[in-house]
Write a protein that binds this ligand. Structure first.
Ligand code: COA
Length: 195
């Protein structure tokens, strides 16, 4: 069901090894159209799973967007620790029924701040020519475009870290941890009350 709306802001935070199962489930939930847009081609369940199991690489930063505790979108920033002022590649995936409600924008802002805070020089995003949504999102964040046959490369050059970029990263992580703590406390209280 495309275009489902939510008034709740996603909780955006960095994903770690403890999130591996949620990452695999998220990738497997991507429908054919979203997979094609994400990988610029058709990918089987086996291929998607193999990819998902290797997303948390030593040179990657991965951020996830959670709605009601479920991972619904993520952005990968790859190649981040390979060199000083590195060139990285960013890739987004938002589950079809959660597209168009602001998750991609929230992930974009977080990814950009994280890249900026790590002195990344270039962020590259590859998408299909027909992917107007991704192109719009990149253009909204001032990307420059280079077109090559079916593929469009969107390029961004972050500035040096600023108090704002550092605050964006810290606030998101603090919000995510507070939310987790609140959810755990609430569910323990409910369990105690039920006993
Ligand atoms: C592209 C993608 C990441 C965008 O994420 P999203 O959560 O759907 O995007 P948002 O809801 O944050 O919308 C971002 C903007 O796009 C606009 N938009 C929504 N649908 C659109 C469409 N079909 N075409 C163009 N713009 C569109 C929104 O109005 C919003 O603009 P605004 O902030 O000015 O109002 C997501 O749709 C997706 O995962 N697509 C499939 C995978 C993919 O294409 N990955 C990119 C490869 S790098």
């Amino acid at each position: 069901m495309r275009g489902r709306r939510t008034s709740r802001d996603p909780i955006v935070r960095r994903l770690r090894f403890g999130d591996q199962d949620s990452i695999c489930d998220h990738f497997l939930r991507l429908d054919d159209q979203t997979r094609r847009a994400r990988f610029c081609g058709t990918v089987s369940n086996k291929g998607v799973l193999g990819y998902a199991q290797n997303v948390l690489r030593y040179d990657s930063i991965v951020c996830g967007a959670f709605i009601s505790g479920q991972l619904r979108g993520l952005v990968e920033l790859r190649g981040i620790f390979q060199s000083w002022r590195s060139k990285t590649e960013a890739a987004f995936s938002v589950e079809a029924e959660w597209q168009g409600v602001g998750i991609g924008d929230a992930l974009f802002q977080q990814m950009f701040a994280m890249a900026q805070n790590r002195c990344v020089r270039t962020i590259q995003m590859m998408c299909l020519q027909e992917n107007h949504h991704m192109r719009y999102l990149a253009a909204k964040h001032n990307a420059r475009f280079v077109a090559d046959a079916d593929i469009v490369e969107a390029i961004l050059h972050p500035n040096w870290p600023t108090p704002t970029s550092i605050a964006i990263e810290i606030i998101a992580e603090t919000r995510a941890h507070s939310h987790l703590l609140f959810t755990q406390t609430t569910s323990s209280t409910l369990r105690i009350t039920a006993v």
